[in-house]
Write a protein of this length. Sequence first.
Length: 98
Amino acid sequence: MANIISEETIEYVGILAKLELSEEEKEQARKDMGNMLDYIDKLNELDTSGTEPMSHVFPVHNVFREDVVTNGDGSGDLMANAPEGKDSVLLVPMTTIM
């Protein structure tokens, strides 16, 4: 099945891509887009019912370790060094923005 790309679609894609295309370039882009869509249609004819979907060609394993809290959050030490605080909240002086 031949996919027909309209002139308006080519103009719109050109605007989105911020391209100024000559008439010859527009015609070539139209043919290329049609060929791509025809190929996608051809791929859609394949029977993939027994194929498991995948996101990567190779198996992907998480190489990061699990997060483990070892020494708490240190908020007591932080509040001990604060100039002023109330109920685990740092109080800072108000400043004026100029």
